[in-house]
Ligand binder design. Structure first.
Ligand code: XMP
Length: 514
């Protein structure tokens, strides 16, 4: 979707590239991440308000280091180079870069820095604060027209400026939180240097996207696999507003959702003008899973069955023109630019069935970060429950019931998990803990209730804090909250007589138990 004003983040392979783009968008300015290999003609056609060069792992003098055509400096567009980006700016304009190993100017981590606050990017900031440095090479000699506007003890050119051309460079990383005034520096670049307006909001996105979807789809038919997760729910709401009954969403309820979740999804979408199909396939899934204890086998059976059910329903609808997918921007960046390592651990159940007959894929969220998807959901009036839904694995409770899955065990786990979630919400921890759930172990132990002996299941509670779900730390849930959860579960849920809290991080454990 074209946006009137765009800032381009040019990816030189640094670790924080997505973060830079997110920070720019947090200032309500639209930006896109593109590869340094993008032809200049394409950049010119976008007509950006500003350009940001990211960091990168290489030294500018290496033969295979990422470089752009020097024409990039002749577009008349303000540039901010960050770390490698600043070095590339200097190198490209005829300055000199030194290898820090030789002259001991490398800096890593928090560093005190002093700024020239008369420079537009430091306007209104404190003169001294901490910045995050992470560089081996350093700027040795500035190109003509540049001057230093920040320095640290080791680094005379902590930040540089060519005010006539509106070119800036920072040796540090303004996008990371460790750089105390970094967010404001980026804002100063966007507003004081590039003259951007704050016109990127999810309200305006909803309006423009709805219009564009209407134009694109016309009177065609669209199909969406709705899982009840944030992305597919928001995509559904957006499409529902745009094309109403031309959209059909199929929600395959595999009977392994959390307590009441299937009904919540139905309540949010049925009657909202779209054709909403809920397939209650719980029995079908459970019969396939009968006797299965091996986690990977559970996953495989559920994944396959999901596609079969979806396919059956899709066939009833006949030919559709568009298949809607909830792809979001991090997926696009990771798969599209090819300069960062791709690490993906799981596929969502309900990946593309090969046999659904459609003409084109529509991805209405492909430009949005997760927090923007949530904000869009809220702007479209989706309930907090759906907007703030924590990640839930495609195979659902099947991989939170250790060993064989039976309808009784599903019910026990649903009830226990609901109590845990309720108490976490009561303690107002639900937005701090990134994922939390109960696991029904396959272990039974002796207990005493009233005057009687019990021999029942052990339930495990899991809560983690994480940003990327690739690594995670166990959450320090206060003991009084855990105590309340434990008391309630053993009293209210039959067949659980012991509760443990999982205190392993990932690695070495994983977040899910299976
Ligand atoms: P692990 O257990 O690998 O989980 O540490 C990392 C994140 O992925 C989710 N997860 C899955 N998601 N299908 C999914 O769609 C799966 O098979 C699956 N297994 C784990 C998990 O909930 C956590 O957020």
């Amino acid at each position: 979707m074209a946006q009137a004003q765009t800032v381009l983040v040019i990816d030189f392979g640094g670790q924080y590239n997505q973060l830079i783009a997110r920070r720019v968008r947090e200032h309500n300015v639209y930006c896109e991440v593109i590869s340094y290999k993008t032809p200049i003609s394409q950049i010119r056609a976008i007509n950006p308000k500003g350009i940001i060069f990211t960091g990168g792992p290489k030294s500018v003098y290496l033969d295979d280091s990422p470089r752009m055509d020097k024409e990039i400096f002749e577009l008349g567009v303000p540039i901010l180079g960050i770390c490698y980006g600043a070095q590339f700016l200097v190198y490209g304009l005829g300055g000199e870069i030194g290898a820090a190993s030789a002259e001991a100017a490398a800096e890593f981590g928090r560093t005190d820095c002093e700024f020239d606050t008369t420079a537009p990017i430091f306007k209104g900031l404190k003169k001294k604060s901490v910045v995050w440095m992470s560089h081996n090479d350093y700027i040795k000699k500035l190109p003509d027209g540049f001057k230093a506007i920040a320095h640290s003890a080791k680094c005379p050119f902590g930040a540089i400026e060519n005010s006539a051309k509106k070119f800036y460079g920072t040796q540090f990383h303004p996008e990371v939180n460790h750089t105390e005034q970094g967010f404001d520096m980026l804002g100063n670049f966007l507003f004081n240097v590039c003259g951007c307006k704050r016109d990127w909001t999810m309200e305006s996105y909803a309006e423009t996207a709805t219009k564009q979807l209407r134009e694109k789809i016309g009177d065609g038919k669209a199909l969406l696999a709705l899982s009840g997760g944030v992305d597919s729910s928001v995509a559904c709401k957006l499409l529902a507003n745009a094309i109403g009954s031309q959209l059909t969403c199929i929600f395959v309820d595999h009977g392994l959702m959390r307590k009441n979740e299937g009904d919540e999804v139905e309540a949010a979408f049925a009657g909202s003008g779209v054709n909403f199909v809920r397939v209650n396939a719980g029995e079908r899934f459970l019969s396939k899973l009968k006797g299965v204890v091996e986690p990977e086998q559970k996953r495989k059976i559920i994944g396959e069955e999901f596609i079969r059910v979806f396919e059956q329903e899709a066939k009833k609808i006949g030919k559709v023109d568009y298949l809607v997918q909830g792809t979001i921007y991090p997926d696009v960046i990771e798969s599209g630019l090819g300069d960062a390592d791709v690490i993906k651990s799981h596929h969502n159940v309900g990946g593309l069935p090969a046999y659904v007959d459609f003409k084109e894929i529509v991805e209405p969220l492909r430009l949005l970060f997760k927090d923007e998807v949530r904000a869009l959901g809220a702007a479209l009036g989706l309930s907090d429950k759906l907007v703030w839904r924590q990640p839930f694995p495609g195979p659902g409770l099947a991989i939170r019931i250790i060993g064989e899955i039976t309808p009784d065990k599903v019910k026990v786990l649903q009830d226990a998990d609901a109590i845990f979630r309720e108490e976490i919400a009561n303690a107002k921890l639900d937005r701090d803990i990134n994922q939390y759930f109960a696991v029904l172990t396959n272990m039974r132990s002796v207990g005493v209730m009233g005057d009687g002996r019990t021999y029942d299941y052990t339930l495990a509670l899991r809560g983690v804090t994480t940003t990327d779900f690739m690594t995670a730390d166990f959450s320090r849930i206060p003991y009084d909250v855990l105590e309340k959860v434990s008391n309630r579960i053993v009293n209210e849920v039959k067949h659980i007589n012991r509760i443990v809290y999982d205190i392993t991080s990932k690695p070495p454990a994983t977040i899910e138990w299976e």
